[in-house]
Design a protein around this ligand. Structure first.
Ligand code: ADP
Ligand code: MG
Ligand code: MG
Length: 883
């Protein structure tokens, strides 16, 4: 087996298509190298080697050693340097890199190959002793931390002591002699901690680093990141070993990161940051504040330090050409890392850049307009779930702003919450449902769980490409980074900013679009659904086959649904209309009635209210289909449950308290989910459903009679299990519908159908289809009844199931395609066999889940129905499923 793939010198053994084997970083280094771009030579150890490592008690394939030796010799030949040779020392970086990018989650070691002898050799060679010792101390710290497991505070403390002694504040103020002393102290500290000296043998260093990178695949932050982003453990990471180039060789050297377009807004302008005389990790770590790449960006920021365009004009021109070429080559926005060594440019990484939803939309639409990609590709480029970010509120520009701090607009959107300073506390309180804003000096991968639980993030340090900024954008959390005036005093539980003091727990609002932190809660406005959003959604609508409806029962929901492009209502739950304060009295009277006559009298009071509801909704939906589900929950849900509440309700409603209490106890069920509910109510008390059908048709006739477009009414019966039930309900519905239409002398088309939410209904779909014209898969209940799990109680064990890998995903969020999906497939097939045109839809939570929508497309359902806010997500997901 081949475990190692080389790149460099204008050629490569791998290419961009081999991302699974070489990881994203390795595959793209190979691709760039083969394109003839300036990439330091190196080689990639495959992800299969990583899997081998874990399958064989953390050991390597036998031939790996020889393959690494051979590849290393190739790098030596290309660079003219030799690994471990003080005369011409070759240094390498050892970098992790899996299939999917996991920024900062795994480990990298730079400057490997340095020891006492090669450090002196490097000094002699470059004629720069300071640089050599700076590199050596970086290496000792990084290697000791990543490979030997020593805390980096140990080294920071030593360095701080030296700085205090020398009375300097910045690293660049240390001389060669100073660094020599730091190096000596570092080595002594390592020996004291570990009882053996810092490893001097470069080969031992190399294998130590390779092992550490593989091991970092299983560190806690990497595991957490994978869980959050659905990245399987089985993918493994590759290891990239690459000749070092030095951005810390003086003022004609530099290092930086760039995006070919703005990852926050999508604007088509080169965007990024760099640092003169620095090594790669300095930019991301926020140790020094980086400078802008372009003159225009510097001027906009009002910064005085020169941009790369101004400081290194020739290299900048070359760089601009290289990244433009990369964008054309990959046909997508690139996120690159580069280093300039004494005026020479080197590319160290490229990948399709992460972006906000807003930027993704703009880039997709722009690139289609530029002819770089097709409209189909543009539609495929936007992650449907990410639209959620755009559908969220931003700050009302008209509302007063009490700005307490200003930083960089690192991740757009706005959020209000209580200030917390600690990631664990953010996780605890955020997890309990509280809105919190995480305020940190800067964030590191250890804070990721707290960032996830927070509504917004603020950091005092770090640029637009800092850890906080990148992670926040990926999570869709608003973030302000580099709010430099903030002084956090965690012990006192406060932060100071421009003479003000903000205490932990105080409410602030993060405006990630402007880069402001505001005091208190601020008026928000609803998102703008025009422009690029409308354009892309228009294209998506043209590509999709599935119709998209919304679940809505209030006029507000119905309006939102239409605004978001729903093509009808797929589920209108009538019981929600009963909970209104005034109506519930009549509902209770109906429940308390001794006989049918009593019930009918109470129902007569509800009828006009219910009719008015439908008139309003039909008006809003303006001729679109509306599926109305008749009463579903057990009646006790409308009654007070404790004796105390019973007394209060009885008094307020003028009811007989004893009778009410007796009825409450009579209606008590051991297992209400499987009890007297759904169509069982309509069958035992037909007058309830008769009233509802009458209200619906009277409303529809009223609208048609007034000359407006009548709705396409679809009456849906819940919880049907048998063909006989369906036949009874069908007859009831037809009888009342015909009666009302005859009274009003109006003829309206309508359909009668059922929700399929019981396994028996799915299996006996043929019986149901005899009298049902449509099926709507109620996948919430169908999931409950198929698994025999009550959703409300699943919280107790679901996490254990997810952690132990028994469930890959929560089946109430993403459809269980194997089991529940099989029932849906069976029902569709058997239903169609009896009634070829039977209309099929889905109306559970799953109707808005992209993976579930993919399934619905695959089995040819007619529509999906989801919550109004998710309809754009469903429209896009449906288009992607069809393409
Ligand atoms: P991450 O995935 O966390 O970005 P990388 O492997 O890309 O980790 O490396 C971290 C930093 O080290 C980056 O800034 C990168 O540019 C720099 N770096 C990696 N390899 C080299 C190299 N061969 N020469 C100089 N700098 C390097
Ligand atoms: Mg990188
Ligand atoms: Mg149900």
């Amino acid at each position: 087996t081949r475990w190692v793939y080389a790149f460099g010198g204008g050629a490569a053994e791998g290419d961009a298509s081999m991302r699974n084997l070489l990881g994203g970083k390795g595959a793209n280094l190979a691709e760039m190298s083969a394109l003839g771009l300036p990439v330091p030579p190196g080689f990639t150890i495959t992800t299969e080697a990583c899997n081998h490592f874990y399958a064989h008690e953390r050991s390597y394939p036998e031939v790996l050693g020889a393959q690494v030796e051979a590849a290393l010799a190739g790098v030596e030949a290309l660079t003219g340097k030799r690994f471990g040779d003080p005369e011409a020392p070759l240094l390498v970086s050892v970098r992790s890199g899996g299939r999917a990018s996991m920024p900062g989650m795994m480990d990298t070691v730079l400057n490997l190959g340095l020891n006492d002898a090669t450090a002196e050799g490097l000094a002699a060679l470059g004629g720069d002793r300071r640089f050599a010792l700076d590199s050596y101390r970086r290496f000792i710290q990084m290697y000791s931390n990543v490979v030997l497991g020593l805390d980096h505070h140990l080294f920071e403390e030593i360095l701080d002591n030296h700085k205090d002694r020398l009375d300097v504040t910045v690293d660049t103020a240390l001389s060669a002699g100073d660094w020599e002393k730091v190096v000596a102290d570092y080595k002594a500290a390592v020996e004291e901690e570990l009882g053996e000296p810092f490893p001097q043998d470069p080969k031992a260093q190399l294998w130590g680093a390779i092992g550490a990178v593989f091991a970092s695949w299983m560190n806690e932050r990497a595991k957490f990141y994978r869980r959050m982003h659905d990245i399987p453990e089985s993918w493994g990471t590759a290891v990239n070993i690459q000749a070092m180039v030095f951005g810390n060789m003086g003022d004609s050297s530099a290092t930086g990161v760039a995006f070919t377009r703005n990852p926050s807004t999508g604007e088509n302008r080169l965007y990024g940051e760099f640092l003169i005389n620095a090594q790669g990790e300095d930019v991301v770590a926020g140790i020094r504040t980086p400078q802008a790449l372009t003159r225009a960006a510097r001027e906009e920021m009002g910064d005085r330090s020169p941009s790369m365009e101004e400081a290194l004009p020739e290299v900048f021109e070359q760089f601009r050409d290289v990244v433009a070429r990369l964008e054309r080559h990959y046909r997508d926005m690139q996120d690159v890392e580069f280093t300039v060594e004494r005026g020479r440019l080197y590319m160290l990484q490229t990948r399709n850049g992460k972006r906000t939803a807003k930027a993704a939309l703009k880039m997709a639409v722009d690139m289609a307009a530029e002819g770089l990609i097709s409209r189909e590709e543009a539609v495929m480029r936007v992650d449907p779930a990410s639209l959620d970010q755009l559908l969220h509120p931003t700050i009302d520009p008209a509302s007063p702003r009490d700005v307490v701090a200003t930083g960089l607009p690192a991740s757009p959107g706005a959020a209000t919450g209580a200030v917390v300073f600690d990631a664990d506390e953010a996780q605890r309180r955020g997890g309990a449902g509280e809105a919190v804003i995480l305020v940190r000096e800067e964030t590191s991968p250890e804070d990721i769980h707290g960032m996830h639980a927070a509504r917004g993030i603020v950091t005092a340090r770090g640029g637009m490409t800092s850890h906080a900024a990148v992670v926040a954008r990926g999570m869709g959390r608003p973030c302000v980074s580099g709010a430099g005036d903030i002084r956090i005093d965690e012990k006192a539980g406060v932060f100071h900013v421009r003479g003000r003091t903000i205490h932990a727990g105080e409410v602030v609002t993060v405006d990630g679009s402007r880069g402001d932190v505001l005091s208190g809660a601020v008026q928000m406005i609803e998102p703008e659904l025009t422009g690029d959003f409308a354009t892309l959604m228009g294209w998506a609508d043209g590509f999709r086959r599935l119709r998209v409806r919304a679940n809505a029962e209030t006029p507000l929901d119905a309006r939102t649904a239409r605004q978001f492009g729903a093509e009808g209502i797929g589920l209108c739950r009538t019981e929600h209309m009963f909970f209104d304060e005034h109506r519930i009295q009549a509902v209770r009277e109906m429940i308390l009635a001794d006989d049918e006559a009593g019930r009918r009298a109470a129902l007569a009071k509800i009828l006009p209210m219910q009719r008015a509801d439908f008139v309003e909704i039909f008006n809003i939906m303006d001729g679109l289909p509306v599926t109305i589900r008749l009463l579903d929950p057990p009646l006790h849900e409308f009654l007070p449950q404790t004796e105390e509440d019973v007394r209060a309700v009885a008094e307020a409603g003028g009811l007989d308290a004893d009778k009410l209490w007796r009825r409450v106890r009579e209606l008590h069920e051991t297992n209400p989910m499987l009890g007297h509910r759904g169509c069982r109510l309509g069958i035992s008390y037909p007058e309830i459903y008769e009233m509802q059908v009458r209200a619906i048709f009277e409303a529809a006739c009223e609208i048609a009679g007034a000359g407006r477009t009548a709705p396409i009414v679809e009456i849906m019966h819940p919880l049907v299990a048998k063909g006989e039930e369906m036949r009874f309900l069908r007859n009831l519905t037809d009888r009342v519908a015909k009666a009302v239409m005859a009274e009003r002398a109006v003829e309206l088309p309508y359909a009668v159908g059922t929700m399929v939410e019981l396994p028996r209904a799915a299996l006996r779909a043929a019986d149901l289809a005899e009298s049902a014209e449509f099926f709507s898969f109620g996948t919430n209940d169908l999931t409950q009844t198929t698994f025999g799990i009550s959703r409300d109680d699943s919280g107790r064990f679901l996490n254990a199931y997810l952690e132990k890998g028994i469930f890959e995903k929560d089946p109430f969020v993403s459809l269980d395609q194997e089991g529940v999906g099989d029932l849906i497939r069976i029902a569709a097939e058997r239903g169609r066999a009896v009634r070829p045109g039977v209309k099929l839809g889905i109306c559970g939570e799953h109707g808005g889940d992209p993976a579930s929508i993919q399934f619905c497309e695959a089995i040819g359902l007619d529509y999906v129905s989801c919550s109004p806010f998710r309809t754009p997500i469903a429209r896009l997901a449906a288009a992607q499923a069809a393409l």
